[in-house]
Design a protein around this ligand. Structure first.
Ligand code: SF4
Length: 95
């Protein structure tokens, strides 16, 4: 009888630290807009602020790598639904 080891089931750990901030990022000045719930005007303000933020890409990378910590609110300009969709797209096997 030949016994083979099971295929590894663990995925590599992605270490993405939160980027250095200055405290002047748009979300720091009016944080309520970054948790807009069902307020389309607040969501639009948050996404506009993120679009102008100098650490947007690093912020989004952190949020994608930490879905539990970033389960709510707008991070890097994306809503939780946007991030879930993006993570699924990135995790899908290449065609
Ligand atoms: S990109 Fe991140 S740090 Fe910048 S405003 Fe948006 S949520 Fe805040």
């Amino acid at each position: 009888m030949i016994v083979t080891a099971p295929a590894p089931t663990t995925r590599p750990v992605l270490v993405v630290p939160y980027p250095p901030t200055t405290g002047t990022e748009p979300c720091r000045t009016d944080p309520e807009d970054w948790f807009p719930e069902k307020n389309p005007a607040a969501l639009a303000r948050a996404q506009l602020g993120c679009a102008e933020c100098p650490i947007r890409i690093a912020c989004l990378a952190w949020a994608l790598a930490h879905p539990r910590d970033a389960a709510h609110g707008v991070w890097g300009g994306l809503t939780p639904e946007d991030r879930t969709s993006l993570i699924a797209t990135l995790a899908a096997p290449a065609a």
